[in-house]
Write a protein that binds this ligand. Structure first.
Ligand code: CP
Length: 310
């Protein structure tokens, strides 16, 4: 049983939640992780389609397990094996799939592709990553910080690297939850302007702060959490060599972390490119929270599905 329901049946991005709703979701995740789902089976006799147009390890597998945990049947579909690969529109695909399944978890390219599918579908749609954002990742990230630090408001969260979909969702979540977020990127890889505008409003509403810049040493100073991600995002089409050049100085290593808080925790959404955005010593070291963070994808998504389908 969950104590809260989502206001919207779709979960396309964190801008569908306010700070209280996001806190409720995280509280449900903490509780379900601690107590287990027991007899809670909101997906019994339901099938959830998992439509992935891009590769995935964590998101796909954790959603499959989450659906099974809640009594449902996951049906995984890759874009290439559907008529999508031969030109059928995303809207028509959504219209048809939603006649067969009770919900859709979708990883795709442009965010407008996801919103078009959701508008045409008659069942709840969940974002499993688009080029704009990765809200399910941010749920697991915040859950992990709560576990390690006890609370969120007032903590300094320093993101270092590419201002990509993960950074966008982290900014949204952190500023909805009263955190002080710094984002250090190369000038050519800053977060989306519309996300920044939205997060400025969050800062006013929730007493959070946000600072964007291009100096990671400054960005991580005194940070409670340092977070990074791959320099070349999946499907972005950027030449890896020119990306490596742009990201010189943005590696999360012992030297960079020497300026952070003594009890800093290090996060990475994975997959990691060891020796590029993060060193072996850091990802495998005592400050690393990445394996708990990866596990929490499952617990956060159990709560999310429970709040949508109960
Ligand atoms: N973090 C994340 O989304 O991992 P996958 O690409 O493996 O799903």
């Amino acid at each position: 049983m969950v104590r809260h329901k989502l206001r919207s049946s779709d979960f396309l991005s964190l801008d569908m939640l306010d700070g209280d709703e996001l806190e409720d979701l995280l509280d449900e995740a903490l509780r379900l992780k601690a107590e287990g789902v027991k007899g809670f089976r909101p997906l019994a006799h339901r099938t959830i389609g998992l439509l992935f147009e891009k590769p995935s390890t964590r998101t796909r597998v954790s959603f499959e397990v989450a659906v099974i945990t809640l009594g449902g049947h996951p049906l995984t579909l890759s874009g290439g094996e559907l008529q999508l690969g031969r030109g059928e529109t995303i809207e028509d695909t959504g219209r048809v799939l939603s006649r067969y399944v009770d919900g859709l978890v979708v990883r795709t390219f442009g965010h407008d592709r996801l919103t078009a599918l959701a508008a045409a579908s008659g069942v709840p749609v969940i974002n499993a990553l688009t080029d704009l954002c990765h809200p399910c990742q941010a749920l697991a990230d915040m859950l992990t910080i709560m576990e390690y630090k006890g609370s969120l408001a007032g903590l300094k969260l320093a993101y270092v690297g590419d201002g990509n979909n993960v950074a966008n969702s982290l900014l949204r979540a952190g500023t909805l939850l009263g955190m002080n977020v710094t984002v250090s990127t190369p000038e050519s890889h800053a977060p989306e302007a519309r996300i920044i505008e939205e997060c400025i409003e969050h800062c006013e509403t929730y007493g959070s702060s946000m600072e964007l810049g291009h100096d990671p040493t400054y960005g991580v100073r005194g940070a409670d959490i340092v977070y990074t991600d791959a320099w070349v995002s999946m499907g972005a089409g950027e030449d890896p060599e020119s990306a490596r050049e742009a990201f010189k100085g943005f590696q999360v290593n012992d030297e960079l972390l020497s300026g952070a808080s003594d009890d800093v925790m290090v996060m990475h959404c994975l997959p990691a490119h060891r020796g590029e955005e993060i060193t072996d010593e850091v990802i495998d070291g005592s400050r690393s929270a990445v394996w708990d963070q990866a596990e929490n994808r499952l617990h956060a998504q159990v709560a999310l599905l429970g709040m949508i389908f109960s």
